[in-house]
Ligand binder design. Structure first.
Ligand code: ZN
Length: 259
């Protein structure tokens, strides 16, 4: 799933909520991840150990207690020196084909590689409230059971709660986005930076309203990088992620062990 750059910049805050044992587990997982995955530089980008380790650390965070088997359907991670362009083709309701280029910060392809722009993935860039690596790797978790639909494979005890909580929060967020879009005056281009003053009133990146798959990726990204924002806006969703990822970025306490 593509991730457009958007106006807000990314982050990989060091996972300060992890305890000593979890930090050791993260290090072990990173080593296993680096042994299993193949990194390729695109458009002349040179991969070095710093790049490999920085991406591995961020990618392993959501999978810390879920296990690396969530990333079993691919081996390649492609890194670009900047945002990259993906050609798109869309057929509208009238049957007219629209071709255009999308500028992306990251993309996870089903059964294929994860593609990243290094300036977006680099934790040293100091991005806040946005993390393209977590975003794309959460899509990978979602894609384990087919096209990304906002629901990764779940243990039986969590499926009903997941479906209910995700549906309620996604629908609520879409309503909030609709209200904001209706409030933007006609003379302001909703795609321009001038519209940010309206979109900034939302608790999440409006990209989350694209579809349930993007909602899962953006809210999971927020869970790890701006947990207060997610817990304040959608406490039930925060609690669901705490129990699914078995981490609590707000307090450091472990989530419930799902049945
Ligand atoms: Zn996405």
């Amino acid at each position: 799933m593509p991730r457009n750059g958007g106006a807000s910049p990314p982050t990989c805050r060091s996972p300060g909520h992890l305890d000593e044992a979890e930090r050791r587990l993260l290090k072990k997982q990173c080593e296993a991840f680096l042994a299993a995955k193949q990194f390729s530089g695109a458009a002349g980008f040179a991969i070095d150990d710093g790049v490999r380790i920085a991406i591995a650390l961020q990618a392993c965070l959501p999978a810390l207690h879920l296990g690396l088997s969530g990333y079993r359907d691919f081996v390649e991670i492609v890194v670009y020196p900047d945002r990259f362009v993906a050609p798109r083709k869309q057929v509208d309701e009238a049957g007219v084909v629209h071709e255009y280029d999308d500028e992306l910060a990251g993309e996870a392809m089903q059964g294929g590689p994860v593609v990243l722009s290094w300036p977006d993935a680099d934790p040293a860039a100091g991005h806040v409230g946005y993390n393209v690596v977590i975003h794309e790797f959460v899509h990978k978790l979602d894609m384990l059971d087919g096209a990304p639909d906002g629901a990764p494979p779940l243990l039986a005890g969590m499926r009903e709660r997941w479906a209910r909580t995700m549906t309620e929060t996604y629908e609520d967020f879409c309503v909030r986005v609709d209200r904001i879009e209706a409030a933007i005056p006609r003379h302001v281009d909703p795609e321009s930076a001038a519209a940010d003053a309206w979109y900034d009133r939302l608790p999440l990146d409006p990209y989350a309203a694209t579809d349930p798959g993007e909602f899962f990726a953006v809210t999971a990204e927020t869970f790890f990088t701006a947990p207060q924002a997610l817990a304040r806006a959608y406490p039930a969703l925060y609690a669901l992620f705490r129990d699914y990822f078995r981490q609590d970025p707000l307090t450091g306490a472990p989530g419930l062990i799902p049945r």
